[in-house]
Design a protein around this ligand. Structure first.
Ligand code: SAM
Ligand code: SF4
Length: 445
């Protein structure tokens, strides 16, 4: 859209084109979309030339139904129509037509055109390495809205990362529904090999990835954390449930014991690695005893943080047909009990970091206090947010706090306090440590 002359405005009422990007993973996200479209409708009445478009997975799922349900909508474009967006918008503007495009990607269309990237885009960027999923977990809509798994060629991924680094990125997060199976179908390089190539991109400081399916977490990938100095010490490993019966009904293809063994394996080699996860509560047939097994797993593993969700039926997903649904009130109770437990664990883990030195990549300001003191914000290698004052105790060139822009810099910070969502610190040295030797802090560490 940048190449078609579009730019970003501050509010929807100034826009010629409003695009709502959607997620279909849970029912709640879909409900939010319709209430947002209701709030946007008056803008369209005030200015009938404003184009209102919906893209992403709900668009893919609903197609023409959405256009008839929402009269003010001009364009519905699915997940594979993204590259056609400029043409679709032109057609809406010129022909005053209402259009639905949920068709497949035309061969030769790229995932992303790096030429449209601009500088100052941000320190940390997401890079899609694969799309779709072949796993068919019984609760999940992804295989139906994103299609079968396909991987991008490594050369294209590296090119995009190089362009992003030239535009100011210092960290990339490689995205896929199951990065462990990257390239398998197409006979490309393995995921650890891809990481090795990304690690060589000059100017890039840190690499993250998500998501890794516990059934496929290989020894080769575990070894990559030790081998690649830019690979951050964090893994998101969604377990979904602590009950083997529920894992089986979810079609996750691993057992609780397998999951616990993989976590133990990771921690044996990297005691400092952060492990986060996703949990679904109230999956059909989940008894109180199954739920207690999930709480027990959480107590045993002590994740650094968790994303927890109440199960919701999704179109086409097998579990939508399962009979023994859990009442909404019970799902809410289980979610709250789980969140209370995790909150306590996360807080204890964050408090345990008080007094430690952490190496962080600064992403920008967090706030300017009443006393005009600037607080910066960055992340540790373990993906914890650290807000800090730039008050170096060993700085050769004294300067006013906040006088220099630290965005994109690697800074060592001593942790002063730990909260549920973040850590508070103060910077201690200006320049990062570049050397990677055993026992020596690395760029990513
Ligand atoms: N590919 C990842 C994996 O296999 O773990 C998960 C991707 S999904 C986009 C993110 C999370 O949404 C899942 O891990 C799951 O916890 C949650 N989720 C997916 N479908 C759901 C549903 N129908 N109800 C509630 N939560 C759901
Ligand atoms: Fe959905 Fe399962 Fe694929 Fe993850 S692995 S995207 S949960 S089907």
């Amino acid at each position: 859209m940048v190449r078609s002359g579009y730019g970003v405005v501050d509010s929807a009422d100034q826009a010629d084109l409003i695009i709502v990007n959607t997620c279909a993973i849970r029912d709640k996200a879909e409900q939010k979309l319709y209430s947002l479209l209701g709030r946007l409708a008056p803008l369209k009445q005030q200015n009938p030339d404003t184009i209102l478009a919906v893209g992403g997975c709900v668009a893919q799922q609903e197609g023409a139904t959405m256009l008839s349900r929402v009269p003010c909508l001009d364009l519905v474009f699915g997940t594979d129509a993204l590259n056609r967006l400029p043409t679709l918008v032109d057609r809406v503007a010129l022909k005053k037509a209402r259009i639905v495009d949920v068709g497949p990607r035309v061969s030769g269309e790229n995932h992303q055109n790096p030429r449209t990237l601009k500088s100052g885009e941000g320190v940390s960027r997401f890079v899609t390495i694969m799309r779709g999923c072949d796993n068919y977990c019984t609760y999940c809509v992804v295989p139906f809205v994103r299609g079968r798994e396909t991987s991008r060629p490594p050369e294209q991924i590296i090119k995009e990362i190089e362009v992003r680094v030239a535009a100011g990125a210092r960290e990339v997060t490689l995205l896929g529904q199951n990065v462990n199976s990257y390239g398998n179908k197409e006979g490309l390089v393995s995921f650890p090999d891809l990481l090795t190539r990304v690690n060589k991109v000059s100017g890039l400081e840190r690499i993250r990835f998500t998501t890794s399916h516990p059934k496929d977490l290989s020894e080769e990938l575990i070894a990559a954390f030790g081998r690649l100095e830019k690979l951050c010490r964090h893994i998101h490993l969604p377990v979904q449930s602590g009950s083997d019966k529920i894992l089986h009904r979810m079609n996750r293809k691993y057992t609780r014991t397998h999951f616990e063994e993989r976590v133990a394996r990771l921690r044996a080699d990297y005691p400092d690695i952060a492990i986060t996860s996703d949990i679904i509560v109230g999956f059909p047939g989940e008894t109180e005893s199954d739920f207690q097994m999930t709480l027990d797993l959480i107590r045993g593993i002590r994740f650094d943080s968790l994303f927890a969700f109440k199960y919701s039926d999704r179109p086409n997903a097998a579990a939508a047909q399962f009979k023994d649904k859990i009442p909404a009130k019970e799902k809410s109770r289980r979610l709250q009990a789980l969140l209370d437990l995790q909150q306590q664990i996360t807080l204890e883990k964050n408090k345990a970091l008080i007094g430690t030195r952490q190496f962080i990549l600064v992403e920008g300001f967090s706030k300017i206090s009443a006393t005009k003191e600037v607080q910066w914000s960055g992340r540790t290698s373990t993906n914890k947010i650290v807000n800090f004052r730039d008050d170096p105790v060993r700085d050769d060139q004294p300067r006013q706090p906040g006088g220099n822009d630290l965005t994109g810099k690697l800074i060592t910070v001593v942790i002063k306090n730990g909260f549920f969502h973040s850590l508070l610190g103060t910077s201690v040295i200006k320049s990062p440590i570049h050397v990677r030797r055993k026992g020596v802090q690395s760029r990513a560490a």
